[in-house]
Ligand binder design. Structure first.
Ligand SMILES: O=C(O)CCC(=O)C(=O)O
Ligand SMILES: [Fe+2]
Length: 230
């Protein structure tokens, strides 16, 4: 069973335990990340690291938390086949509030943002899923306690309390998906992958018939400009 995307490219540099050995993002990508920063207002400085993954229809990524090297906000731009991303509460959790914010970039490049509550703080840490359509942007962050603290400009930020992952299965179920209506209503054309989801909605599944490319955009706080010191 494959649990790792087949194609993986790092842009922005290599994340090392001591921080990012940085490289400039290519201009086409910097344009995208600058827009994400501006429109979301969630990153305290420019996104400096992008991971590009390609998933075959039956490939996913195991439930995980992103490492402590990153500022705890991640923006994932999806292209190609739709997939369902699952958010599973970390077993040690007891109470917090978590927010998922999805922005959908439509055909005219306007950015529409819809806030989706993963839970409301009463209903503690329920698992939930998000349908990631092609051309959609998922941004997630968490302000809940997890035991690890980040310091940035004197404010203390917390790591995420949920694991996130994608099942390595060519068919994804929609039953825990919190944004089916928003995801489908954002469709204005009908490319084959989009029509695929609409057709399969009755059966509450998404059929992944082609590969998916994701751009995972993050900010590494500690940056080393030079790999070698002379
Ligand atoms: O490819 C994705 O959509 C998710 C990637 C991810 O979670 C990661 O690289 O940490
Ligand atoms: Fe991740």
């Amino acid at each position: 069973m494959d649990r790792i995307p087949i194609f993986l490219t790092l842009t922005g540099g290599v994340v090392h335990e001591k921080g990012l050995l940085s490289q400039d993002l290519p201009p086409w990508l910097a344009k995208i990340t600058e827009r994400i920063c501006e429109e979301s207002g969630l990153f305290p400085s420019a996104i400096n690291h992008v991971l590009i993954n390609e998933y075959l229809p039956n490939q996913g990524i195991m439930p995980h938390q992103d490492g402590p090297a990153y500022y705890p906000v991640v923006a994932i731009l999806s292209l190609g086949s739709p997939v369902v991303m699952d958010f599973t509460p970390h077993s040690r959790l007891n109470s917090c509030k978590s927010t998922v914010m999805e922005s959908v970039v439509d055909k005219t490049s306007d950015v529409k943002a819809a806030e989706i509550e993963g839970n409301d703080g009463q209903d503690k840490h329920q698992p939930f899923s998000v349908l990631l359509m092609p051309r959609s942007l998922l941004i997630f962050k968490d302000d809940a306690y997890s035991g690890k603290k980040y310091k940035y400009d004197n404010s203390v930020l917390m790591t995420t309390d949920y694991l996130h992952g994608i099942e390595d299965n060519a068919v994804h179920r929609l039953d825990k998906v919190v944004n089916v209506i928003e995801a489908l209503s954002a469709l204005s054309g009908s490319t084959s992958s989009e029509a695929e989801v609409i057709r399969s909605e009755d059966s509450k599944t998404v059929n992944r018939t082609m590969s998916r490319i994701s751009l995972t955009c993050r900010l590494v706080l500690k940056v080393h400009k030079n790999l070698f010191k002379f």
